[in-house]
Design a binder for this molecule. Structure first.
Ligand SMILES: Cc1cc2nc3c(=O)[nH]c(=O)nc-3n(C[C@H](O)[C@H](O)[C@H](O)COP(=O)(O)OP(=O)(O)OC[C@H]3O[C@@H](n4cnc5c(N)ncnc54)[C@H](O)[C@@H]3O)c2cc1C
Length: 465
C-alpha cells in the first residue's frame, strides 16, 4: 500500500524556500511554495545576484586600472586618456535582466519538479494551516523562509532617489558621482569597493576602528589600505546618526557633529527579519528579541511541525546557509538521515577588490586559546603568478592543529579568493592534514600554489626519539 504523500507548504521562495522545495519534491511530497515577490527571493532579485553582477563589472574596471602596469597604454585619441568608462544605464539593465532570468530559471526548475507555486503573502493561521489571501492550505509540515529586509536608521529614511538601501541602487539612471556609504560591514564594504572601481568618489562611514570589524583583522586591514590607496575616504570611529537630502545632494551627520556631503547615500546598517504578520504566535512560536525565529541545528522551531530556514532565523545570513537549512529541514521532517548544520564549516567571501574568503577557525579563536593551532601567513607578493598578474595585495593564511597538523581553517585575500578557498574548505571538511595538502600538486605558477606552500611551512619534522 502506498504511503499518503506528505503535504509541505513553504512560505518564501528564496534559497531557504526553493532548495527545500526541491528536496521535498524529490522525496515524493506534495509541495506548495507561497511567495510574495518573485522566486529566487531577495537573494536572486535584489541582493546577492544583482550585487555580484554589479561587481563583475567593477572587477573588470579594477583590472583595467592595473592595465598600464602590465604594458597596456591608454588610447589618448578621441576618447581621452581613460581606458574605459561605465555605461550606467546599460550596467543596471544588465543587472536587472540577469536577476529576472535567474528568477525565471528557479521558477522553471520548481515547475519541472511538480512544485505548486502560489503568488501572495502567506501567514500561519494554525500549526497546520497557511492562509494566502482567502485561500487556506492544509499542511503536514510548514517551512517559514521569509528572509529579511534592510534596516533603516530612524534619522535616515530611504527615499529611493538619493537616500538608498542596497535594494534601490539598480533603478538609478546614473552612477552616483559622490557616494557616501554608511556602514562598513560586508555589504557596505562590497558596495564601497565596487562603486569606487566603477568611478564614483566614495566616502565610507564606519562606526568602528576599521572596516569589516567582524572579519579577520589582517584581511580587513589589507582591504582598508587598498580602499584608501584607490582614493576612497574611509572615516573610522564615525557613527552616522542621520542623513537628509539637501538640494541635489545629501548630508550625513555624524555623532560628534561632523557632516559629510555627497550626491547619494547608501545605508548598509544591517538587516531585520521578515517575521511580522506571519501568525507565528498562532502556531505557538515565540520570536527572539530581534524578531528572528529561534531554530535548532535541524531547522526545527518550537512548534512540532513548523520549521524555519534562512535569514528569518538570523543564523549566518548567507544564501548557502539558507539553502542548507532548508534542505536539512526537509530531510529531517521527511525522516531521512540528516547531518545537523555545522556553521564552523561554512566557507564565505567578502566580494571586495581584492576578495576575502575564509573557512573554519578564526585568528581570534586561536589568539583567545579556543583553538590550539599553528598559523602561517604567506603574502601574495611572494607568489610568482601574483607577480605576473600584477597582484600585490593579499595573503594566504592557514591554521592547523598543533598536535596533529589537521587543517582547521584558512583565510585567503586575493582576486578570486572565493574560488581559491575551496581547497582549504575541502581540507577542513575532510579533516586533511597539512602533510596531505603539502603532498598535493598545485599548478606552477598559480595562486593556489600559496595554499600548498603554506601547508609545507606548517609541516612539523618527525620526532626522531
Ligand atoms: C546586498 C547583499 C548581497 C548579498 N550577497 C551574498 C553573497 O554574495 N553570498 C551569499 O551567500 N549571501 C549573500 N547575501 C545574503 C543572501 O542574500 C541571503 O542570506 C539570502 O537571500 C537568504 O535567503 P532566504 O531564503 O532566507 O531569504 P530571501 O532570499 O530574502 O527570500 C525570502 C522570500 O520570501 C518572500 N516573503 C517574505 N514574506 C513573505 C510572506 N509572508 N509570504 C510569502 N513570501 C514572503 C520574500 O519576498 C522573498 O522573496 C547578500 C545579501 C545582501 C543584502
Amino acid at each position: 500500500m502506498n504511503e499518503p504523500r506528505a503535504k509541505i507548504v513553504i512560505i518564501g521562495g528564496g534559497p531557504g524556500g526553493y532548495e527545500a522545495a526541491l528536496v521535498a519534491a524529490q522525496l515524493g511530497s506534495h509541495v506548495t511554495v507561497v511567495d510574495s515577490d518573485g522566486l529566487g527571493g531577495a537573494c536572486v532579485l535584489t541582493d546577492c545576484v544583482p550585487s555580484k553582477t554589479l561587481i563583475a563589472t567593477s572587477g573588470m574596471m579594477a583590472a583595467l586600472d592595473g592595465a598600464p602596469a602590465l604594458g597596456i597604454r591608454p588610447d589618448t585619441g578621441a576618447g581621452g586618456a581613460a581606458l574605459a568608462t561605465v555605461d550606467a544605464p546599460r550596467l543596471y539593465s544588465r543587472v536587472r535582466d540577469l536577476a529576472s532570468a535567474q528568477s525565471a530559471d528557479v521558477a522553471s526548475r520548481l515547475a519541472a519538479e511538480g512544485v505548486e507555486i502560489r503568488h501572495g503573502a502567506g501567514r500561519l493561521v494554525g500549526p497546520h494551516t497557511v492562509a494566502v489571501g482567502d485561500t487556506e492550505l492544509d499542511a503536514d509540515i510548514v517551512l517559514v523562509a521569509t528572509g529579511a529586509k534592510p534596516r533603516e536608521l530612524p534619522g535616515a529614511v530611504p527615499d529611493g532617489e538619493r537616500l538608498l538601501t542596497c535594494r534601490q541602487l539598480y533603478d538609478l539612471g546614473e552612477l552616483p558621482p559622490e557616494l557616501i556609504v554608511v556602514g562598513s560591514g560586508v555589504t557596505g564594504a562590497e558596495f564601497a569597493s565596487a562603486y569606487q572601481a566603477l568611478g564614483s568618489q566614495v566616502t565610507l562611514v564606519s562606526s568602528r576602528d576599521r572596516v569589516l570589524p567582524q572579519q579577520d583583522a589582517d584581511a580587513a586591514m589589507v582591504v582598508q589600505e587598498v580602499f584608501r590607496r584607490r582614493g576612497m575616504t574611509v572615516l573610522s570611529r564615525s557613527r552616522a546618526v542621520s542623513a537628509c537630502r539637501t538640494g541635489d545632494g545629501v548630508t550625513v551627520t555624524l555623532e560628534d557633529g561632523r557632516t559629510v556631503r555627497g550626491s547619494h547615500c547608501l545605508l548598509t546598517v544591517g538587516m531585520v527579519p521578515n517575521t511580522g504578520g506571519l501568525g507565528l504566535e498562532a502556531a505557538g512560536i515565540a520570536l527572539e528579541p530581534g524578531g528572528f525565529i529561534p531554530v535548532d541545528r535541524v531547522s526545527r522551531t518550537s512548534a512540532a511541525n513548523v520549521y524555519a530556514a534562512g535569514d528569518c532565523t538570523g543564523v549566518m545570513m548567507l544564501a548557502s546557509v539558507a539553502a542548507m537549512q532548508g534542505r536539512i529541514a526537509m530531510w529531517h521532517a521527511l525522516g531521512e538521515a540528516v547531518q545537523p548544520l555545522r556553521l564552523s564549516h561554512v566557507a564565505m567571501t567578502v566580494f571586495t577588490e581584492p576578495e576575502i574568503a575564509m573557512v573554519g577557525v578564526s585568528q581570534h579563536a586561536v589568539e583567545s586559546g579556543q583553538a590550539d593551532a599553528l598559523v602561517v601567513k604567506l603574502p601574495l607578493a611572494t607568489n610568482a603568478r601574483a607577480k605576473m598578474q600584477g597582484f600585490r595585495d593579499g595573503f594566504v593564511k592557514l591554521f592547523a592543529r598543533r598536535s596533529s597538523g589537521m587543517v582547521l581553517g584558512g583565510v585567503v585575500v586575493a582576486p578570486w579568493a572565493s574560488e581559491l578557498i575551496l581547497g582549504v574548505s575541502l581540507a577542513v571538511e575532510q579533516h586533511l592534514t597539512v602533510d596531505e595538502i603539502a603532498h598535493t600538486f598545485a599548478v606552477y605558477p598559480s595562486l593556489s600554489g600559496s595554499v600548498t606552500e603554506a601547508a609545507r611551512q606548517l609541516m612539523q619534522p618527525a620526532d626522531d626519539d
